[in-house]
Design a protein around this ligand. Structure first.
Ligand code: MN
Length: 485
């Protein structure tokens, strides 16, 4: 995944750090009981706390804390049993109190690690800088009326985890792999739905460049609120190349905050970068420090599900899959479960092949996810059984599978109804073989003269003559016997 930029003066590398805002999966907000459903009518999920009515006090939602702890532990991050909520002060119409409750000096989690899956089964460790909790702001709606801006406070106060990586990523591909892995992890945990289009996972991208081999970091820019993996990758590529050009023209990169415009694939200046002290952080006097006991944390650690890395290792170990296949099958929990249900007690490598090649192909073509698959895992298993015991050939199985995708029916009834059972009766196959040889004397002579390749042509002919139902192995053996010498 090496990403290097060939400039006019030399070769440059990109240094990337990502800050992900992940909306905590919870029915209520971080400091109020208001609901969090996506797509609700504007301002129908706003409590007096969210609207910052005078005298209202925030009360922390224990479930949100639990979700954040679960996430930090899965990132192998160092927990701070005491963390502190602070006010991050700024003015914006969609922020009624004039500050965001966040964590600054003492976040819930410090350093951690996440492993990227690289091609060929290798992994690469990416450092996590911190994970803290904070609340979301409301939304300003500029596109409802030409002359006015509206404010929707449904999102105000929704719980977020901000997950900050170290500047360990070296280009668009790695950044994309990081986001996909993080999303997979969050979905396994059930702590964030990872839905970037709906804004429940948003990414700020820090980009700088340096000549290959240079130590230390140069000035970085920050691209705000990018909402898809593809756009993150595009923004990095554009921004890194822009910075290389600035340096090669003898200029300096300015520390600034940028916006990415997906329509043109370019970044543009939003504002010159503010400094942390501009926000006048201070501990929120309405909230006590968040103090957790080790027993509480241990309890959550014990309840974590099997996570993607563990599952991948187990799939390679127990099912004998190569690391790439194991990675593909475990990236999503639903896919992993589907595979295990279909593979149980069967040839696991064959099951993996069918899921990855045939099932994924058919689902992609129809724009369906694994949860919507017309072919259930049990039905996939039954199809594998029909191949395994020789009832149908692999070629026929593909047709049967297509029919299963179309109708949702099970393999056995399709095979019975269409008479697709494999022909393994010797005399029946022999009759077909003899007929094809008799009809093609010239080609038969070629084989006898040593043209090996023509055997394959004969196999194809016999298979066609039997509607693809003859056992290909028997056909092959019989042809070789009859055409030798
Ligand atoms: Mn933040």
């Amino acid at each position: 995944m090496t990403y290097l930029i060939q400039g006019e003066t030399g070769v440059w590398e990109a240094v990337i750090g990502l800050e992900v805002h992940a909306q905590i999966q919870s029915r209520a907000k971080l400091f109020s009981g208001a609901a969090t459903d996506f797509g609700a009518e504007p301002n129908t999920q706003v409590s007096l706390v969210d609207a910052a009515m005078p005298g209202m006090l925030p009360v922390i939602n224990g479930f949100c804390v639990e979700q954040a702890v679960r996430t930090g532990l899965a990132l192998k991050a160092k927990i701070n049993l005491t963390s502190v909520f602070e006010r991050k002060n700024y003015f914006y119409p969609d922020l009624p109190p004039g500050y965001q409750i966040s964590q600054y000096q003492q976040p819930l989690f410090g350093e951690g690690t996440m492993f990227l899956d690289m091609p060929g089964g290798a992994t690469r460790a990416i450092g996590i800088e911190r994970l803290h909790m904070e609340q979301d702001a409301g939304k300003s709606l500029h596109d409802q009326d030409p002359g006015r801006t509206f404010v929707d406070l449904n999102r105000a106060g929704v719980a977020l985890m901000e997950i900050v990586s170290k500047p360990d990523l070296r280009g668009p591909e790695e950044a994309g792999a990081y986001l996909r892995k993080l999303r997979s992890l969050l979905r396994y945990l059930g702590t964030c739905d990872g839905n970037m289009e709906q804004g429940s996972m948003r990414c700020d991208v820090n980009v700088s460049v340096r000549p290959e081999g240079e130590d230390g970091y140069r000035t970085r820019t920050e691209v705000k609120n990018v909402n898809s993996v593809r756009f993150v990758m595009q923004a990095i590529d554009f921004e890194a190349r822009r910075q290389v050009e600035v340096y090669e023209d003898g200029g300096e990169v300015a520390q600034e905050t940028l916006l990415f415009d997906p329509a043109i694939g370019e970044t543009r200046t939003m504002r010159l970068k503010e400094q942390a002290h501009d926000y006048r952080y201070f501990p929120d006097p309405d909230l006590l420090p968040l103090v957790l006991t080790q027993a509480y944390v241990d309890n959550i650690a014990d309840s974590l599900p099997e996570l993607p890395d563990q599952k991948k290792a187990r799939f390679a170990d127990v099912y004998g899959l190569n690391p790439d296949d194991a990675g593909v099958l475990t990236a999503d929990r639903g896919t992993a479960d589907y595979f295990e249900d279909a593979a149980r007690g069967r040839d696991a490598k064959q099951a993996a092949n069918w899921v990855i090649t045939n099932l994924f192909g058919a689902l992609n073509k129809r724009g369906l996810g694994i949860a919507e698959s017309p072919v259930s895992a049990a039905n996939m298993g039954a199809l594998l059984d029909l191949m395994g015991d020789g009832t149908i050939s692999g070629r026929i199985a593909k047709d049967v599978f297509e029919e299963m995708m179309e109708t949702g029916r099970e393999a056995g009834s399709i095979v019975a109804e269409k008479g697709l059972r494999q022909i393994t009766d010797k005399s029946e196959i022999e009759a077909a073989v003899d007929a094809v040889i008799a009809a093609n004397p010239d080609q038969a002579r070629d084989v006898r003269d040593g043209k090996e390749k023509t055997i394959g042509w004969f196999v194809g002919r016999v298979m066609k003559a039997t509607g693809g139902k003859a056992n290909p192995k028997m056909v092959n053996e019989m042809l070789r016997r009859k055409l030798s010498g």
